[in-house]
Design a binder for this molecule. Structure first.
Ligand code: ATP
Ligand code: MG
Length: 411
């Protein structure tokens, strides 16, 4: 889990602000759910054989004996909130976005952490392929707005539960004779959720996966038509994509459309963001059948990609004024002056009283302040300050305290 240090704050704020701005352009509204949920919200939905439930979820018992989880992902909790707050009676689809920390006991490495921040969006209550395309377009617009251009978008359809059952049957027959050559994880997945073998990141599974039956051959007519329309809408929106039959996503609740965005020069932890349709999820939570589709994108991975490309805002936070108090009356005057300057929107860094003028000025130069405002006991008595420009070679001058803000703002 990481600290976000001051030098990264501007970049993070930029990503968050951009994400919120783009989401609002599509009329998505922010939802914030608790960081801790009843563990069943995730256990019932994400899938017993998903990485999240198998090995990544932080689960603990609270003092009352309830089993709680640090939320590992956003969608299930948002669907829980949709049911709890009767959003089924709002105009459909309900369009929501979120941003916040999520927790997974992942194997830490660059771009993979145990506290990860996600921005995501969900549209709940529409099964139209136009909605899938809208989510992909929103996600694409976010990356474009950040300057993260040229990410590769891979899309697939994994069909409905019924069409997937036929596919799973074919995969069983194909993988059974290959079992001894597969990784331990994939051997287990063969029994519990065979689709996840396709998603395996183990080198030794790759070859077997390459020749496996492909899901497009097993989709029914309605699935194929739905997927075709998603692709048509993407072309209408001018968004380039590749169809990749191996994308199945890590979570069990997906159906039909699934997708991932990745840099062209892909590496191991490179997926920047991913999404999919989850038409069966609401029923797993005990709600009425309600279709939904959404995506999540990792803020750390966006930040890494922006840094690698040298994009993002200036990290520096300019200091307008450093106060230099000399003597007791000067120290009192500096506090009042700093208050008035800040009220006028001027950034003031206060020097600690009791230091020498030389030390205070050195400190002011070190933070690249525009001005030092020096007030000793004599200036305090006369109601003035010495204003010393620190950038460039302007002259030090005496300014009345009530004119100080205007003088600084005038430059
Ligand atoms: P992966 O296959 O990389 O484990 P995932 O399928 O678990 O990804 P999702 O659950 O779809 O990922 O999460 C969406 C996004 O959240 C990812 O595309 C990635 O940007 C980010 N993400 C996921 N896990 C982590 C992590 N441990 N640390 C940082 N970011 C992460
Ligand atoms: Mg994962």
């Amino acid at each position: 889990m990481n600290d976000t240090l001051p030098q990264d704050a501007a970049l993070w704020r930029h990503i968050r602000d951009t994400a919120e701005r783009v989401a609002r352009l599509f009329d998505y509204r922010q939802i914030t759910t608790p960081i801790v949920e009843d563990a069943r919200v995730f256990l019932r939905t994400v899938g017993d054989e998903s990485d999240i439930v198998q090995k990544e979820m932080y689960v603990f018992e609270d003092r009352g004996g309830d089993r709680l989880a640090l939320r590992p992902e956003g969608t299930a909790a948002i669907c829980r909130a949709y049911l709890e707050h009767g959003m089924g009676s709002w105009p459909q689809p309900v369009r929501l976005f979120y941003i916040g920390p999520y927790f997974r006991y992942d194997r830490p490495q660059a771009g993979r952490y145990r506290q990860l921040w996600q921005f995501g969006a969900e549209a709940i209550g529409s099964d139209s392929p136009a909605t899938d395309a809208e989510l992909i377009e929103l996600q694409h617009a976010l990356y474009e707005a950040l300057g993260l251009t040229g990410l590769v978008l891979r899309v697939n359809s994994i069909g409905t539960a019924e069409s997937r059952a036929r596919y799973v049957q074919a995969l069983r027959e194909y993988f059974r004779p290959l079992l001894p050559s597969l990784s331990k994880d994939s051997q287990r997945r063969f029994e519990t959720n065979i689709l996840r073998i396709l998603d395996s990141k183990e080198e030794q599974d790759r070859e077997a996966v390459a020749d496996a039956p492909k899901i497009p051959d097993f989709l029914d007519e309605a699935d194929t038509a739905h997927f075709g329309q998603v692709q048509q809408h993407l072309r209408d929106a001018g968004i380039a994509y590749q169809v990749d039959p191996y994308i199945v996503r890590g979570l069990d609740y997906y159906s039909r459309t699934v997708w991932e965005f990745e840099p062209a020069e892909a590496g191991g932890q490179s997926t920047v963001g991913a999404g999919g349709r989850y038409d069966g999820l609401m029923e797993l939570l005990g709600g009425p059948p309600t279709p939904g589709v959404g995506f999540a994108t990792g803020i750390e991975r966006i930040a890494l990609n922006l840094k690698a490309r040298g994009l993002g805002p200036e990290a520096s936070q300019p200091v307008d004024v450093v106060t230099v108090p000399l003597g007791e009356a000067g120290a009192s005057a500096c506090i009042r002056v700093a208050r008035d300057l800040r009220a006028a929107g001027i950034t003031v860094r206060a020097s600690i009283p009791g230091r020498s003028m030389k030390a205070a000025l050195r400190g002011a130069s070190a933070v690249d302040a525009a001005y030092a405002v020096i007030i000793g006991d004599r200036e305090a008595a006369e109601g003035v300050a010495q204003v010393k420009p620190l950038r460039g070679d302007g002259e030090q001058r005496t300014v009345a305290l009530e004119e100080l803000a205007a003088a600084i703002q005038a430059g």
